[in-house]
Design a protein around this ligand. Structure first.
Ligand code: NDP
Ligand code: 2IT
Length: 454
């Protein structure tokens, strides 16, 4: 009976079919969640079959079922005095190795499927950091685009007025994601503090004046490039001189681009959901500063006034000839066709700054054609890792220097790379996806078994 998660099969392949069949039946209409579980389970099951205790304890079956999914009404008033109603969520997926930890996303596309895919992946990513954090994710279908600061403030306050009862520094510690940056975290932290009358580390990504960690803003983008550099070094190569495609123009994309430029790589593109900007000779530091200024004003890339670059409305970066690709915008932004074009144009590596930016058939194609694939769970773990260090600093009531935190980030990304190598070595080459999935799984799975069945 696939429905009850009771699969009997003597090989990983048949078990996987039964397992996915049951998952889809129990979670109808959640394609992103199915996709994330499909990617993890097909790489994990051969390992699980070699280590039967995980099979006997039904660890994977337990892991794909969130501890709880909280959904709530968020009611706020816009600048015209009209009442607006959105839906808020927090998916508390797994707290086996630490408090639930993961971002909040504000985007009109947010729904339970997207937050479950993100929360599920976060379990593995957070485990890979080696820090004591469980997996969670949340957000709302609220669209910050075009809203005034005061509308965003009222929305954030209304959102926290419900969320506060479900979170806490030892329970669940949210942070930013798409549409949630310093402004939104500040409004939410202010509201939490008002309600509970406590100053604690309930959120990360806070302002430096009130408990934030240095380097947290940069950490995901910087960490992505540190990870890519580790991978390239492992092959006796480096990112220096490489022509790079970056998608997105938000938090992750900006600091990935900055670190690439620092390392002597050529950043050819950035993008938003309307189009791509192309710097044929590589973006300069000044051009990046101009993009950052534009984005700080919440403007579109099409408004960039720079004759040395071209703007291509309605396109993604993936058709441009380059050595490395860094998707840093959103899920499913690289499909099979994009992967084929990347490979045919000579791309040798794809590193995921965004969560699940590559579709599963695109990943298969990249693997089959020897293109290095750096999966999100490993490659973009730098952000949540520094979030966990923000939690440590809050507990200690201390603040570490920029140099200290950056050195810790480099060392964490080095260790994540080493974990991927340990678990992903297959006939002399490294499958980073398998390495990240298995490396992230083992610690959580062993702890779940140690706790007994519940
Ligand atoms: P931001 O909101 O700062 O920026 C998002 C960028 O991606 C914008 O340029 C946005 O363009 C673009 N984008 C968003 N949705 C879409 C879409 N549906 N189609 C095309 N472009 C889109 O978010 P972040 O930079 O924080 O997040 C980017 C990715 O990185 C996400 O996948 C997130 O989950 C992941 N991530 C973020 C971390 C963090 O610390 N912030 C940590 C680890 C992963 P537009 O303005 O046009 O919408
Ligand atoms: O996807 C992610 O890892 C994040 N959005 C960051 C989560 C966090 O808690 O810092």
């Amino acid at each position: 009976m696939a429905h009850d998660f009771f699969c009997i099969a003597d090989n990983p392949h048949d078990y996987h079919s039964c397992f996915m069949d049951g998952l889809k039946k129990r979670n109808p209409g959640q394609p992103e969640f199915h996709q994330a579980v499909e990617e993890v389970s097909r790489t994990l099951l051969p390992f699980i079959f070699d280590n039967k205790k995980y099979l006997e304890h039904k660890v994977l079956e337990r892991m794909v079922e969130p501890d709880r999914v909280i959904s709530f009404r968020v009611c706020w008033e816009d600048d015209n005095g009209d009442i607006r109603v959105n839906r808020g969520f927090r998916v508390q997926f797994n707290n086996t190795i630490g408090p639930y930890k993961g971002g909040l996303r504000f985007h009109p596309s947010v729904n339970e499927s997207i937050l479950k895919f993100l929360g599920f992946e976060q379990i593995f990513k957070n485990s890979l950091t080696s820090l004591p954090i469980g997996g969670g994710k949340g957000g709302s279908n609220f669209n910050p685009r075009g809203k005034s600061d005061r509308e965003v403030m009222r929305f954030c306050q209304a959102f926290m007025t419900e969320l506060y009862r479900h979170v806490g520094p030892d329970t669940d510690v949210p942070a930013g994601d798409i549409g949630v940056g310093a402004r939104e975290i500040s409004y939410m932290f202010g509201q939490y503090k008002r309600i509970v009358n406590q100053f604690n580390g309930v959120l990360t990504g806070k302002g430096l004046e009130f408990g934030g960690s240095k380097i947290r803003t940069e950490a995901t983008g910087y960490g992505l490039i540190y990870f890519a550099e580790n991978v390239m070094n492992h092959k006796g190569d480096s990112v220096e001189g490489k022509r790079c495609l970056v998608s997105g123009a938000g938090n992750v994309a900006q600091y990935a681009a900055e670190k690439l430029i620092q390392k002597g790589a050529k950043v050819l593109t950035m993008s938003d959901s309307n189009g791509t900007i192309y710097f044929k000779d590589g973006m300069t530091v000044d051009q990046l500063a101009a993009v950052q200024q534009l984005k700080a004003q919440r403007k579109r890339l099409s408004e960039l006034d720079d004759e040395s670059m071209s703007y291509h409305a309605g396109t993604k970066p993936w058709d441009i000839e380059a050595d490395l690709a860094f998707p840093c915008a959103t899920q499913n932004e690289i499909d099979l066709e994009n992967a084929e074009v990347l490979f045919k144009n000579g791309c040798i590596g794809v590193f995921e700054g965004a969560n699940m930016p590559c579709k599963n058939d695109a990943i298969d194609y990249l693997h089959d054609n020897g293109v290095i694939f750096g999966p999100a769970k490993a490659a973009n773990a730098g952000g949540v890792a520094i979030s966990a260090l923000e939690m440590s600093q809050n507990s200690l009531r201390m603040s570490w220097t920029r140099e200290d935190v950056d050195e810790k980030l480099r060392s964490i990304m080095r260790d994540i790379h080493a974990t991927c190598v340990t678990y992903g070595e297959q006939n002399g080459h490294i499958n980073y996806l398998a390495g990240a999935n298995i490396g992230g799984f083992v610690k959580v799975a062993d702890a779940m078994i140690a706790y007994g069945t519940a």
